[in-house]
Write a protein that binds this ligand. Structure first.
Ligand code: GSH
Length: 217
């Protein structure tokens, strides 16, 4: 499907949080890659669903390996580059990173998404990064959705470290959460009682590799 100058090829969208977490890690690892833009509009182009039958963004291609699922891609790239600092080998340390990745993907992310839908995706062109929460037509629904997110982040707060990282030292779990926490800078979230999450959000937003990865929305 592509003629690539680089070994790695990322199928992504500038606005996709799942693609941005991969670009963040690629920037940290200083790996060059080619990019193909996949539009959000459904159905996805047939060349893309041929590569990734679920059609979700992103997909990473590394020679004959075609890898979907952003967290699997983070694990793969850290292992590929033998970056045990980012994804530790000792089972107990690795389990802590894995638990953070799974908790975020299965318990936190899904609760945050409805508020993003109402505040950003429904208020502007999402292909371009969406609109402003102030323009949401149903502010009561938005308040409720943000409240649910806030309560879930209160649980998240209790499992993360207090030094601006997820697990106590920077890992792929930080790459995983960075795009969505950064996106939430655009939502009316009260972090006054969530100091660890606030520190994490601030640290990640200022990370030079995150900035280099080109966050859009
Ligand atoms: N579990 C997948 C989810 C990927 C995903 O949902 N990507 C979004 C873009 S961020 C997407 O394709 N959304 C549109 C869709 O659901 O088809 C991953 O982590 O890579």
């Amino acid at each position: 499907m592509h003629i690539s100058g680089h070994q790695l090829h990322l199928y992504d969208h500038p606005v996709s949080s799942n693609a941005l977490k991969v670009r963040f890690l690629l920037a940290l690892l200083e790996l060059d890659y080619d990019r193909t833009h996949v539009p959000f509009a459904l159905p996805r182009p047939p060349e893309y669903t041929e590569l990734n039958p679920f059609g979700r963004i992103p997909t990473l291609v590394d020679a004959e390996l075609v890898l979907a699922e952003s967290n699997a891609i983070l694990r793969y790239l850290a292992d590929r580059e033998e970056r045990d600092d980012l994804y530790p080998r000792p089972p107990r340390e690795r389990a802590v990173v894995d638990a953070a990745l799974d908790t975020w993907a299965t318990l936190v992310r899904p609760v945050l998404l409805p508020a993003e839908d109402l505040a950003l995706m429904d208020t502007g062109d999402w292909e371009q990064g969406g609109g402003r929460w102030e323009d949401c037509d149903d502010q009561d629904a938005l308040r409720e959705a943000v409240g649910r997110a806030q309560r879930t982040l209160g649980r998240w707060e209790r499992i993360i470290a207090d030094n601006g990282t997820v697990t106590g030292s920077f890992s792929i779990a930080d790459c995983c959460v960075a795009p969505v926490l950064w996106r939430w800078l655009r939502l009316p979230l009260d972090l006054s009682e969530l100091p660890r999450t606030a520190a994490l959000q601030g640290t990640l937003a200022a990370n030079p590799a995150f900035v280099a990865a080109g966050p859009v929305a």
